[in-house]
Design a protein around this ligand. Structure first.
Ligand code: UD1
Ligand code: CA
Length: 490
């Protein structure tokens, strides 16, 4: 994204977000619904920030506290403007001007429910507006079906003379297919002056922002249109069908952007990448992969198929297949999956391995360490080069508190072991398979914590006489020279 044109006087962007959005049929305010990992309003704010205005105001009213809290979270520097009971886009804009300092220069107005508008488009709008010395420049588009939109009225010479709303338009005006996107650049003084004289004498009894264009023109100002061909950028979300439609298009744009940056995406249609994700070159994304939130993937990695990574960091050359991970760090050249679940606080070192059917949580796994099969590792530190056998459980929770387990460097935990935390296995130690470990193990030791094996001679003949098992035992005994004494075996 480029910075504003040299000499631009972009005083403010005003994002209108006071509308109710009834067609969403939702307890959540419309502008807080999400696509691409951000709220609709978050996308609008990101586009606004891309042109680096001196001030950014968001106008709120419906569910004002929820929306204001969200704005404070995504953009603490944005100013909240409360719209009063006077309705309309003009009143909304006026309410923003009231809470901002006296502005001088260019003011943009955008909508909180138009998520695909690009910062680059606003940048072009500002540049055109300022170079042409216009009082107002409006983004317009030609729609096959312009129903519902304000129509752009042009004079004999083709210049813009005003905007008429669908509900106020004559049949002749309704036949116009050039529509008002609702996104404008205004000269601050023009906006302030003419908004003050806009009334509510129209079909909807609202104070229309669109009336400012006609007034500016009558006053001798120049009103320009910036026509966009990319209709997606002006499309607002009104219901959940549009939410999904724009969500898919946003994803199409994001997957395309990453492919152009050198990422192989085998099936873009089933690969979902959030707006804030970053991916290195020559990484391959296999079908059904979702990279969400603030996930960062390095170069030469392979992710997927069927993998969901949220707020997760993956190093260069790592391989992650059929895995769910949240707030995890996967080191360079490490391998994960298939069928594993990495929960917050998982950190897998360089070249380490988390294999199949493994769940980890708050687990620091050292360089080259391996947790290959069927393990739960929670609240654990596993040293570099250590090996955790199949079916090992880090029993971290006693029903009241969570406890930590440490496995030292190059130590070896045998299969089907329960490590009952808190417990420490030193560097260079072994734990015998099937142990239920409750005490620490020192360097060089092996700990074996399980019942000893007892073999009882003749038990099958005595207790299971007449069964096939007894027959097999008899046959085997007859054909064998070796007779086994009852003996203990470790
Ligand atoms: C408005 C334009 C119309 C344009 C259309 C593009 C006016 C009078 N009309 O239509 O020419 O074609 O947008 O979508 O401006 N909002 C507020 N406060 C309000 C009313 C609206 O903040 O009192 C916000 C809404 O949250 C929304 C945006 O303004 O983000 C547009 O409102 P909406 O009602 O969808 O647009 P219209 O007024 O129908
Ligand atoms: Ca609308």
């Amino acid at each position: 994204m480029s910075t504003p044109a040299g000499g631009s006087r972009l005083a403010a962007v005003i994002v209108l977000a006071a509308g109710e959005g009834t067609r969403m049929k939702s307890a959540t305010p419309k502008v807080l619904h999400r696509i691409g990992g951000r709220s609709l309003l978050g996308h609008a704010i990101a586009a606004a920030r891309a042109v680096q205005p001196q001030h950014l105001a968001v106008v709120v009213r419906h569910e004002r506290d929820l929306v204001a809290a969200h704005v404070a979270e995504v953009d603490p520097k944005a100013v909240i403007a409360d719209q009063d009971e006077v309705k309309g886009t003009g009143r909304a804009t006026e309410c923003a001007l009231e809470v901002l300092p006296e502005l001088d220069g260019t003011v943009l107005v955008t909508y909180g429910d138009v998520p695909l508008l690009a910062g680059e488009t606003l940048h072009t709008l500002v540049a055109e507006h300022e170079q042409s010395g216009s009082a107002v420049t409006v983004i317009t588009a030609h729609l096959a079906d312009p129903t519902g939109y304000g129509r752009i009225l042009r004079g004999e010479d083709g210049s813009v003379v005003g905007i008429v709303e669908q509900k106020d338009a004559t049949d002749e005006q309704r036949a116009i297919t050039e529509i008002n996107s609702g996104i404008y650049a205004f000269d601050a003084a023009v906006l302030r002056t003419h908004l003050a004289s806009v009334g509510t004498d129209n079909a909807q009894g609202e104070k229309y922002l669109t009336d400012v264009l006609g007034l500016a023109r009558e006053d001798g100002g120049r009103v320009s249109a910036h026509v966009v061909d990319d209709l997606w950028q002006t499309e607002g979300v009104n219901d959940r069908v549009q939410l999904a439609r724009l969500g898919r298009e946003l994803n199409r744009r994001l997957t395309e952007k990453w492919m152009r940056e050198g990422v192989t995406i085998v099936d873009p249609a089933t690969t979902w990448i959030d707006a804030d994700v970053a991916i290195g070159r020559d990484t391959t994304l296999l079908p059904n992969t979702q990279l969400l939130g603030a996930t960062v993937v390095g170069a030469d990695a392979t992710i997927g198929p069927d993998t969901t990574l949220r707020d997760t960091e993956v190093g260069d050359g790592a391989e992650v297949k059929r895995t769910e991970a949240h707030l995890a760090v996967i080191g360079p050249r490490a391998t994960v999956g298939p069928f594993s679940y990495l929960r917050p606080g998982t950190e897998l070192g360089a070249g380490g391995k988390i294999g199949g059917f493994v769940e980890t949580k708050n687990a620091k796994i050292g360089e080259g360490a391996k947790v290959p099969h069927l393990t739960y590792a929670g609240d654990a530190t596993i040293g570099e080069g250590a090996n955790i056998g199949a079916g090992t459980i880090f029993a971290n929770y006693d029903g009241v508190a969570k406890h930590h387990t440490t496995i030292g460097k190059h130590s070896f935990v045998g299969s089907d072991t329960v490590l009952i935390a808190p417990v420490n296995v030193a560097d260079g130690a072994y734990v015998g398979a099937g142990s239920a470990l409750t005490g620490d193990v020192d360097p060089g030791q092996i700990a074996v914590a399980r019942g000893r094996q007892r073999n009882i001679d003749g038990w099958v003949a005595r207790s299971r006489a007449g069964t096939r098992t007894a027959e097999a035992a008899e046959a085997a005994t007859r054909h064998t020279d070796s007779s086994s004494e009852g003996q203990d075996q470790a």
